[in-house]
Design a protein around this ligand. Structure first.
Ligand SMILES: Cc1ncc(COP(=O)(O)O)c(C=O)c1O
Length: 425
C-alpha cells in the first residue's frame, strides 16, 4: 500500500477499518483530561469495559453460594478453565485438547521444561535467542542446574550478526544443525520482546526435530499479536501470558500448549497436582496420580476464577473481532508506523533513529522498536507529557506497539507529529 504522512490519509484508513468500533469497548487511560494514545499493549493491554461485569458475576456467585459455587455458580468453578480452549484455538492455532489455561507464564515455562528438557549425557544443550527475556534466561539456567549441569555448558545463544539488531533465520537453523547431536531443546520466543522480531517458528521447529530435539516457544509477545499454527507446525510445547495483547489484566492467568502427540504420554515426567488428575476420580482423593489425557493433565491447582473471568471478558472480544482480521490490521498499523518513522528520519540531516524491528511483514507484528540516536530520553519524556504512552528500555530504545483492537491510524499520525515537533523544537 502507498502510505502518506497526512491526517487526511490516516483518517481515511481509519474510515475503511472494519475493526474501528472495537476501540469503544476499552477504557483508554486519560492524560491531561484527554484520552491518551496508548502504545503499550505489548506490556499491559487495556481493560475491556465488560471486564468488571465478568469479575463481578463471580464475586456475586461467591457471595451467594460460598463453596457451592464450585458446582452451582453460573459458570461452575470446578470446570471454569474448560471454557478457554475453544476461545484460544484460533489465537494459537491448536486443537482444544492441546490447550490449558493455568498459572503464570514463568511457572508454565518451568512446568513444560520439566517435561521437555530431559538432558542425557550426550544430549543436554538448550539453543535459544541471545538476550531472551530475563525470566526465560533464569528459567533455562535453573533448569540446567536442577539436572546438575553448568548453565554455561548447556545454553547456546544465537546472536544477531555484527551491526544487526535482529537475528538472521539462517544463523538459527545453522546453529541447530551444528549442535544437532548434543541438543536436547530448542526454545525461542515467538516474538522477541526487545526488537519485536517474529521468529519463523515453523522452520525452527522443523530444524529442531530434524536433529532429534524438542522445540518450545514462549509466546508472551506473540499470542494475540501474530498468526500462530502451533499444531500444524508440530511445536512440542508453548506458553504465553494473557496480560499483554490478550488484555486480561495485570498478572493475568497464563496459557499453555502441549502437542496432541504428547498429551497422552504418561511416560513424560511432569510435576503433578490434583487438578491434573482424572476428573471422574479427583475427589476420591486417591494416592495414584492418573493424568487427564489432554493438556489439562499438566494442571496443578484449582482455577483462579477471578483472574479467569477477566480473561474470558477479553477473549469474547477476540472471538468477535477474529484473529485473522486482527493480525492483518496489526501489520497495517506497524507498516504505517514504519513508513512515518522513515519519513521523519529522511527529513533530518542525519538519521536520528534506527529501527530495530525487521521491516519485512513476515518478521514483525504490532511492535516497532526504535533506537534513538540522539536525545532519546528527553524525547520519550516529551511524548509522555503529550499524552503518548510508549515504553522506554535502556539504553536508548522506545518500543511502540499499536494494537489493532484499540489503536487507530490517526494515533500513529499524531505520534509521528509529536515526535517530529520534539526533534526540531
Ligand atoms: C517474553 C516474556 N517471558 C516471560 C515473562 C514473565 O512473565 P510472568 O511474570 O507472567 O511469569 C514476560 C513478561 O513480560 C515476557 O515478556
Amino acid at each position: 500500500m502507498n502510505f502518506s504522512n497526512t491526517l487526511e490519509f490516516a483518517k481515511q484508513l481509519d474510515e475503511q477499518d472494519t475493526l474501528k468500533h472495537f476501540r469503544e469497548r476499552f477504557y483508554i487511560p486519560i492524560i491531561n483530561d484527554n484520552e491518551s494514545i496508548y502504545f503499550t499493549g505489548n506490556s499491559l493491554g487495556l481493560q475491556p469495559k465488560t471486564t468488571q461485569d465478568y469479575v463481578l458475576n463471580e464475586l456475586e456467585d461467591w457471595a451467594n453460594y460460598g463453596v457451592e459455587g464450585h458446582f452451582h455458580a453460573r459458570t461452575p468453578w470446578v470446570s471454569y478453565h474448560e471454557i478457554f480452549p475453544e476461545l484460544l484455538v484460533d489465537i494459537v492455532g491448536a486443537m482444544p485438547e492441546e490447550i490449558v489455561v493455568m498459572n503464570q507464564l514463568t511457572v508454565n515455562l518451568h512446568l513444560l521444561m520439566t517435561s521437555f528438557y530431559r538432558p542425557t549425557k550426550e544430549r543436554y544443550k538448550i539453543i535459544c535467542e541471545a538476550k531472551a527475556f530475563p525470566s526465560d534466561q533464569y528459567a533455562f539456567q535453573s533448569q540446567a542446574k536442577i539436572h546438575g549441569l553448568n548453565p554455561e555448558d548447556v545454553i547456546i545463544e544465537v546472536f544477531p550478526r555484527e551491526g544487526k539488531a535482529y537475528i538472521d533465520k539462517q544463523d538459527i537453523l545453522d546453529t541447530i544443525k551444528a549442535h544437532g547431536n548434543e541438543t536436547a531443546l530448542v526454545i525461542f520466543s515467538g516474538v522477541n520482546y526487545y526488537s519485536g522480531q517474529v521468529f519463523n517458528m515453523q522452520e525452527i521447529c522443523k530444524a529442531a526435530h530434524e536433529v532429534g530435539a524438542f522445540c518450545g516457544f514462549d509466546l508472551a509477545h506473540a499470542a494475540g499479536n501474530v498468526a500462530l499454527e502451533l499444531h500444524d507446525w508440530e511445536v512440542d510445547f508453548a506458553c504465553w501470558c494473557s496480560y499483554k495483547y490478550l488484555n486480561s489484566g495485570p498478572g493475568g492467568v497464563s496459557g499453555a500448549f502441549i502437542h496432541q502427540r504428547h498429551i497422552q504420554n504418561t511416560e513424560l515426567i511432569r510435576l503433578a497436582g490434583w487438578w491434573g488428575h482424572d476428573k471422574e476420580n479427583r475427589f476420591k482423593m486417591e494416592q495414584q496420580f492418573q493424568p487427564i489425557p489432554t493438556a489439562e493433565g499438566w494442571q496443578l491447582s484449582n482455577a483462579p476464577v477471578l483472574s479467569m473471568a477477566a480473561h474470558k471478558a477479553s477473549l469474547d472480544i477476540f472471538a468477535e473481532a477474529g484473529m485473522h482480521n486482527l493480525v492483518k490490521k496489526g501489520k497495517a498499523l506497524s507498516g504505517y508506523l514504519l513508513f512515518i518513522l522513515n519519513e521523519i528520519n529522511q527529513s533530518c540531516d542525519n538519521a536520528i533513529m534506527e529501527i530495530l524491528t525487521p521491516t519485512d511483514e513476515d518478521e514483525r507484528g504490532c511492535q516497532v522498536s526504535i533506537l534513538m540516536l540522539i536525545d532519546g530520553k528527553r524525547i520519550f519524556d516529551e511524548l509522555i507529557k503529550s499524552g503518548i504512552i510508549a515504553d522506554w528500555r535502556e539504553p536508548n530504545v522506545i518500543r511502540v506497539a499499536p494494537v489493532p483492537l484499540y489503536n487507530s491510524f490517526e494515533d500513529i499520525f499524531n505520534f509521528g507529529k509529536v515526535l517530529q515537533q520534539n526533534l526540531i523544537g
